[in-house]
Design a protein around this ligand. Structure first.
Ligand SMILES: [Mg+2]
Length: 378
């Protein structure tokens, strides 16, 4: 694609942490690389498994760190695809959803800005019914009262028809109080139709599928980030949202265990974020919308190639390699040496990228060359 007419049939998707910034500091050449893409009209998306804040806040933050003007339309966080569930046939917009994780009420704010009208947090439930989790201490009570809102309905086991009913459960970000959050999620998944305070009579019925578990119109359970570990200030990696998910599944196995079960009952769930296809498919759709806004809908060239630049073989590279675009777009994975992956010991990454490059600038140079772009990035 050597000419300007082809502008935009080559695009770049980027992982942020480990590619553009590392523990809040910009990685060398990140800013010049993004500026080059902007000046040359080459569309790009920034794709992160991070979250916990609204896209607009995150973009503002990143723009100032990198001194590059960015916009939320080319920015995808782990929970951004949840916004899609506020429209369409099965819209959850007016349903009562439970949002788990993140600092205080921040993820509730994010969900509301996505368009969800009726959002409950485990903190709201705790504030109204502290007996639901007897082990939270006084400092946790003051934490919850700082953002808790009155429940739309109380938990009323005597009259289930008037009791709080949860229609979907979303883990947006890392839970801050694993004990409470696990207890509440477990309660919902074992309930009759998501009605808090009830217990499904089908649970444990071996004549039913999945031994009767999750066969009683319980709500869907969504996770946004599968990363088991993440690099924090401590010298060893810390447990991430994937750790919470693994713990919840362990608990589920223990709670639903019975010697007569042919196989352990499954905890049905939907997991998005890198490396899952939902996230890549969302990013591709968003990229197409973003191109349309740059070039106009009637632009003659369709999106053909996306270069996925990432630092993490398990998420960025694996996801790009596995993703099969319904539009036939080719995803090409490029692994940088600026983050999770280091190759000093000569070890190959667990998921093989198309190329390994030093940093994001080298990745952009590789992509420009591969696509025959007319102007080099120096
Ligand atoms: Mg990364």
């Amino acid at each position: 694609m050597p000419t300007n007419e082809d502008a935009g049939s080559t695009d770049t998707a980027n992982s942020i942490d480990g590619v553009l910034v590392r523990s809040a500091n910009p990685i060398p050449h990140a800013s010049t690389s993004l500026k080059f893409l902007q000046e040359n009209g080459i569309p790009f998306m920034l794709l992160t498994n991070g979250g916990g804040k609204h896209e607009s806040e995150r973009v503002k933050d990143l723009s100032s760190k990198l001194s590059v003007p960015l916009h939320e339309s080319n920015f995808v966080q782990s929970h951004t695809p949840f916004a899609e569930l506020t429209h369409g046939e099965k819209s959850l917009r007016d349903k009562c959803i439970m949002v788990v994780g993140g600092e205080g009420g921040r993820c509730r704010d994010v969900a509301e800005r996505y368009g969800f009208k009726n959002v409950v947090t485990p903190g709201d439930i705790y504030a109204a019914h502290p007996e639901i989790w007897p082990f939270s201490k006084p400092f946790q009570q003051s934490y919850y009262s700082s953002f808790a809102r009155p429940l739309p309905r109380p938990i009323n086991p005597a009259s289930p028809a008037d009791s709080l009913k949860i229609d979907a459960v979303f883990v947006y970000n890392d839970p801050r109080d694993w004990g409470l959050d696990m207890q509440v999620i477990l309660d919902v998944m074992l309930s009759h139709r998501g009605i808090m305070g009830t217990y499904s009579s089908k649970n444990g019925d071996t004549s039913l599928h999945n031994s009767g578990y999750l066969q009683d119109e319980q709500p869907a359970l969504y996770f946004s980030n599968v990363d088991l570990l993440w690099a924090a200030d401590y010298h060893l990696s810390r447990l991430g949202q994937g750790g919470f998910q693994a713990s919840l599944e362990g608990l589920w196995r223990a709670v639903t265990y019975h010697k007569n079960h042919k196989s352990p009952p499954e905890l049905y769930k939907t997991v998005i974020g890198k490396p899952y296809r939902e996230t890549y498919s969302f990013a591709e759709k968003q990229l197409v919308r973003h191109r349309d806004s740059m070039f106009g809908k009637d632009h003659p060239t369709a999106l053909r190639k996306v270069y996925m630049v990432g630092d993490n073989p398990e998420s960025d590279i694996r996801g790009a390699n596995d993703y099969e675009s319904p539009q036939g777009v080719e995803w090409i994975s490029l692994l940088t040496r600026t983050g999770v992956y280091r190759d000093q010991d000569g070890r190959r990454p667990t998921w093989e990228p198309r190329a390994i490059v030093d940093d994001v600038k080298a990745a952009v140079q590789w992509a420009l060359k591969d696509s025959g772009w007319h102007q080099p990035l120096r």
